[in-house]
Design a protein around this ligand. Structure first.
Ligand SMILES: [Zn+2]
Length: 84
């Protein structure tokens, strides 16, 4: 049995909710909006990145674009020396 999370995206043309299924992340059969998925940084987002679904109402093809950032910063080792 396959399991997946459902992410709902609003059709940019007619406003209908379009279901995208993600097999990334926890896959606990969650249902959430795209905005919530982004807000909670749910890994399910990676399962729908660059995927295309067709709006069930107007037939518009809708693709999910995901932008994510990565950064690096100075890392200081916590090596406190006991100086007497
Ligand atoms: Zn539509």
């Amino acid at each position: 049995m396959s399991c997946f999370d459902s992410i709902f995206v609003r059709c940019p043309k007619c406003g209908e909710q379009i279901e995208f299924q993600s097999k990334s992340g926890d896959c606990r059969m969650k249902e959430m909006s795209l905005a919530r998925c982004v807000h909670t940084q749910d890994k399910a987002i990676f399962g729908v990145a660059d995927t295309v679904e067709e709006c069930p109402k107007c037939g518009t093809k809708v693709k999910v674009f995901v932008n994510f950032t990565a950064f690096a910063e100075e890392f200081e080792e916590d090596d406190e020396e006991d100086e007497e």
